[in-house]
Design a protein around this ligand. Sequence first.
Ligand SMILES: Nc1ncnc2c1ncn2[C@@H]1O[C@H](COP(=O)(O)OP(=O)(O)OP(=O)(O)O)[C@@H](O)[C@H]1O
Ligand SMILES: [Mg+2]
Length: 277
Amino acid sequence: MIIGIDIGSTTTKAVSIESGGASPGLIKKIKTRAVDAVTSAAGAFGKMLVENDIPIQDIEKIMITGAGASKIKNDLFGISTEKVDEIRAIGIGGMFLSGRENIIIANIGTGTAIIDARRESISHLGGSGVGGGTILGLAKKLLPTSEFNGIMELAEKGNLSQVDLLLEDIMETDISFLNKESTASNFGKMLDTAKNEDIALGIVNLVYQVIGVMSVFAAKNKNTGSVVVTGSGSNNPVGKKILSVITELYSVRFEYPVDAEYTTALGAGLFRQFFRP
Ligand SMILES: Nc1ncnc2c1ncn2[C@@H]1O[C@H](COP(=O)(O)OP(=O)(O)OP(=O)(O)O)[C@@H](O)[C@H]1O
Ligand SMILES: [Mg+2]
């Protein structure tokens, strides 16, 4: 069995993968808060084994990736431990979970990375510091809660026209393919009557619109009509609704594979199988 560990900037994810047999795949998964890199990796590894009754002698290899991976210098617990480049891990995990090759991936974590993943090469197209961390950080100063579920509960009930300057505020007609409800400027209106719900929606909208349009440009540039969304940000119902509006405007679909929060950990765990000649 192989354990893939992704030490992200906010959360650490671990997966166990059956390494023998023709069809490797994810068996168990766990998530924990990220602290310092060594504690995160050791903690995630321990949690995986304890929660799933996995004997330590069943583990052949530990594959580590993510922002904290560079801080792990030695083998963990005497088990062969290898580091995997995070971009390649996301690419491999995204292709595995989507069941497709030649895809554009938007990995929404604390920040956001856009990746072009093909069997023959995986490349980092770019990204943005706008991501899940932006939501939590802005909420901390602007809302009474900076807890993820609390922010989303507020955002579900928000009214964007209290916060964003919309096209209907400034134009009598549609502008090209945009309609009257489209955002002309995120937070460009910010009425005094805006409630916490409206501000919460404004924050999530800002983040997912930026990610959505950036992903669309990447997809169009690579002549593909869809984007595979991964990272914990793929599991955000308000965000998904915002991306579905982007799909209507730009005709690029967003796909959300099952277990997409574990894409990076899974890609690290599958690294050796993927590159086996
Ligand atoms: N329960 C949840 N469901 C969906 N998203 C969440 C949840 N809890 C937190 N998030 C969001 O996910 C973000 C973290 O995503 P993720 O775990 O993919 O990042 P990371 O891997 O730690 O960071 P990075 O890859 O950028 O280094 C948080 O900033 C938060 O906005
Ligand atoms: Mg990550």
